[in-house]
Design a protein around this ligand. Structure first.
Ligand SMILES: [Zn+2]
Length: 268
């Protein structure tokens, strides 16, 4: 009598893509290989690493060559300064390389000092224009700034889409970005009960508009506050999303993986 072994959990494990992880930051880079091994052990096979400032651009191209990451080049609103704005003038040649999947991390953060708003806006508008010119998607950072982001995207008639990373907000707020061709980055926020509006919203969005992310090393999941976040936590985000939507993890994972890859125009 032959014995058929039961399906192991590993056989059923969904393949995941972390669409936003800062693996090049000092919290993660020194133990990068360990973090990658731990992530791959739980099924996280894809990684998009967005730059936060100009000094990250060349090292990210090297990391891509070595590890096959997807990368975005740009300037995060927290780093917006005259020096960085000047550096953006030199981004076009690098960002045009086929190795560069997207422009970012860019956007607007209106929780910062109001004195920074004008420079943030100049940096964002420049990067959005560049992405339009190069026909690449953008990785958007938002905090208290969704309306302004939408307004500038519409003004520039930007149609390349991208990811509104670390989505939080209502169903209507999310749909406003989806209608403009954006995906919503779903991360650790949904593991917090207090994020009721966001948790309700993610139950209703079309699956084709969602991607998964950890935002490592930031945004630890509920239960892991105070710890450095890593891509190995991504299955917990998927689990929460599946529970909220009352859907099958494997199916969600497949659709969201494809969403991510298609956005960056890569073949599976
Ligand atoms: Zn980020």
């Amino acid at each position: 009598m032959s014995i058929v072994p039961p399906l192991q959990a590993a056989d059923m494990r969904p393949v995941l893509f972390d669409s936003h992880c800062h693996l090049d930051l000092p919290e993660l880079l020194p133990e990068l290989e360990l973090h990658l091994a731990k992530a791959k052990a739980v099924g996280v096979e894809g990684f998009l690493v967005p730059a936060v400032q100009s000094s990250a651009w060349l090292p990210l191209l090297e990391l891509k060559q070595r590890y096959g990451f997807y990368i975005a080049l740009g300037i995060h609103p927290w780093w917006a300064s005259q020096t960085q704005l000047d550096a953006l003038e030199g981004l076009e040649a690098l960002a045009a390389l086929p190795e560069v999947n997207a422009i970012g991390e860019t956007g607007l953060d209106f929780a910062l000092d109001a004195q920074s708003f004008a420079l943030q806006q100049q940096c964002f508008e420049f990067q959005l224009q560049l992405a339009g010119k190069l026909k690449k998607p953008v990785i958007l950072h938002h905090r208290k700034s969704q309306n302004e982001l939408l307004q500038i995207i519409k003004q520039q008639q930007f149609t390349q889409g991208g990811i509104l990373h670390a989505f939080s907000g209502s169903f209507q707020q999310g749909m406003a970005f989806i209608d403009l061709g954006f995906k919503l980055g779903i991360g650790g926020t949904i593991t917090y009960e207090r994020a009721e509006k966001t948790r309700n919203a993610v139950k209703q969005f079309p699956l084709t508009a969602l991607v998964l992310e950890t935002d490592s090393p930031s945004m630890p999941l509920n239960g892991f506050q105070g710890e450095i976040n890593t891509p190995a936590q991504l299955p917990l985000v998927l689990k929460e999303l599946a529970e909220l939507r009352d859907e099958n993890q494997q199916q969600i994972a497949q659709v969201l993986y494809n969403n991510t890859v298609q956005l960056f125009q890569y073949q599976l």
